[in-house]
Design a protein around this ligand. Sequence first.
Ligand code: LLP
Length: 419
Amino acid sequence: MDYFALRNGVLHAEDVSLPAIAAAVGTPVYVYSRATLERHAQVFAEGLAGLDAPLIAFAVKANPNLAVLRVLARQGYGADVVSGGELARALAAGMPPERIVFSGVGKTREEMRQALDAGIRQLNIESEEEGRELAELAAALGKRARCVLRVNPDVDAGTHDKITTGKADNKFGVPIARARELFDALAGLDGLALTGVAVHIGSQLASLEPLEAAFAKIGALIGELREAGHTVDTVDLGGGLGVPYKAGETYPSPAEYGAMVARVTKGWNVQLVFEPGRVIAGNAGILLTRTIRVKRGVAHPFYVLDAAMNDLARPAMYGAWHDIVAVEPSGETAVANVVGPICETGDTFAMGREMDALKSGDLAVIRTAGAYGATMASSYNSRGFVPEVLVDGDKFAVVAERLSAAAIMDAEPIPDWLD
Ligand code: LLP
């Protein structure tokens, strides 16, 4: 459910018409709906209402825009961060350190120090090597780093290979069979307060079954760790719930997810942490683009948009489907190839797709672009970075300015000695 809908034949974000945004800000532009973000945040939290005071930490990687993070902070959300940059953003957006968790296999010493200085809730450590380094650093600073051990449960999430994280040969976490041994080695170190475990098996999950299988393995591990005398007071269950990218698709709801979690985690007696990203932000954003021209093709016309793979990488990177609709649909449909202007065949949003007919100059929308959209942009082909707009009722504001190709060029000095 989102707040992007046709009104009098024109697509609106809440009460703002998209042509008004295109006229004021130009295209391409990402547009986020505050009401949709808040609704998703509330529906997800309500799904977990049966649990005892869970911490919901938005996966900042999905959408790190400061205004978006501020909206979620006001909903009581914390943050799951994976870099010093994301940590700084979460703090700048007003997320309290005690609601911030730090994941990732490659935290640098500098990032660990940043996390310890900020006093975040926990670091999710992903290897024995990382645990020892963190312990040493924290001890040198006279601190104890609160942390949990991320385990890899060797469960296939059944999603795209590039976004699967919980199989044995993925780089994430430590094999669950070694968790006990690593607790024995790390929990006693001076600089560490290792008091829990974390798991995240992948993203865009279409079924709850792999999650349930992973969580059941965690349940068994908790018993084993406690039996060995370790404290387990926190379990971080990660993110991963999928969202519909095609009109009419259905995915497990937060309520179904919450009911499954409540059933599987009954009696665990821990604080649960969740790291949802896509399910909160995905359908709260769209990419608004203009048709540069319609080029004749052999089988189908090419709709050449002013948005490209550098602005929204998912179709090129994962072959992902995103619905594409006209902002002012004429009622006519066509079968078309939808492409961007970049000089790569992969710069394709759709092939042979039946969709709203577009003509040169028409505005169109690529839907479900609020998660892993703007944040994965690059400046390939010297195209600059697309601006972002947040809509709230009948008002809107630019929440990320367009970073023009010229501005990027300004940051590239040519050394004198080349002359
Ligand atoms: N927690 C951890 C440790 C993660 O690695 C991720 C996502 C999440 C939480 C949030 O997962 P979500 O709830 O959003 O599924 N760029 C890809 C998705 C990469 C996801 C990486 N990790 C895409 O566009 O589909």
